[in-house]
Design a binder for this molecule. Structure first.
Ligand code: ZN
Length: 306
């Protein structure tokens, strides 16, 4: 087995990826309280909301209110997801409240057309303009590529195709590229060879793995990515976040499951697992239903220390 990294970075995406997939709209004050609990866990990156069209995603219509209200430690890099230039302009009105933007598109034409109604090339053009504008505001840019490991409509997506899109994002100014396993189609063997190829095509670019646990392979894929040299991950507390295809499927890997595994393997994250579990428990209280993470149910491995 190859050498594992000594430390890993985690971006918590639950406040965006999770809350947007809840059938109910989470009250703004509860979102702010939960985000601040996350900020107190030692997480260094939190995606707090998304500036998407409120009529399309009413769950995040309070993006500006949430961003203005949250109070987070200076050590937390705050990011917002922006779909396009219009979303960025809404975000930039609150420029002093965040540090990074995340722009997204899909690697497969069918998924991109269904998701944002554009071709992949049109999305890349739009993101290029968005990143230029964001960089002029001193914002760090991350591009996330959905369906990087397979598309629910097209099936297999060639690695070279995904990496061509990634190179387009880097040319546009992204310093970090996230690869999303949108509907949980990735397996560990595929993940390892994917990231080996990505590292040689994209030297110097931060490569981030965004796995979904749709088919229970999320953490196995994390280990494969670690073995391929990936040190950056995105996950969601409480395993919040669904996924529209297939209906009812689970979404993101749970941050507490990820942190627990990394810590048990001796990989430093800087995150207090007990505080993270408390945040997920609080989210259960707000949502009024049990959440899906394993560690939330079972507790930490070293239960005496929590
Ligand atoms: Zn996700």
């Amino acid at each position: 087995m190859s050498q594992l990294p000594e430390r890993a970075r985690i971006r918590e995406v639950g406040p965006r990826d999770g809350f947007q997939n809840e059938p109910e709209v989470v009250p703004t004050a509860e979102k702010v309280r939960l985000i601040e609990m996350l900020g107190a866990t030692g997480l260094s990156r939190i995606e707090v909301t998304s500036f998407v069209r409120p009529d399309v995603i009413p769950q995040l219509a309070d993006a500006a209110e949430v961003l203005a209200a949250v109070s987070l430690p200076d050590s937390v890099s705050v990011s917002v997801l922006v779909p396009n230039e219009r979303g960025l302009e809404r975000a930039v009105a609150l420029r002093e409240h965040f540090h990074e933007i995340n722009g997204f598109l899909s690697a497969s034409e069918t998924h991109n057309a269904k998701n944002v109604g554009r071709s992949v090339a049109e999305s890349l053009d739009g993101l290029s303009r968005t990143f230029v504008r964001a960089r002029s505001e001193g914002l760090r840019c991350e591009g996330v590529i959905s369906t990087s490991f397979g598309c629910p409509y097209e099936g297999h997506v060639p690695v070279e195709r995904v990496l061509d899109v990634a190179c387009g994002l880097v040319d546009a100014g992204a310093v970090e590229v996230g690869f999303g396993d949108t509907t949980g189609m990735a397996n560990p063997v595929q993940v390892r060879s994917f990231f080996e190829a990505a590292r040689s095509r994209l030297p110097g670019v931060e490569l981030t793995a965004h796995f979904h646990n749709t088919r229970g392979q999320g953490l196995a894929n994390v280990l494969a990515a670690l073995e391929a040299g990936v040190e950056s991950f995105e996950s969601s507390f409480g395993e919040l976040g669904g996924c529209p295809v297939p209906a009812g499927a689970t979404g993101n890997i749970a941050t507490e499951d990820l942190v627990s595994m990394l810590h048990e393997m001796g990989i430093f994250t800087g995150i207090d697992l007990g505080a993270l579990i408390a945040a997920s428990r609080a989210a259960q209280g707000v949502l009024g239903r049990p959440l899906g993470s394993h560690v939330l149910l079972a507790g930490p491995v070293d239960w005496r220390s929590s």
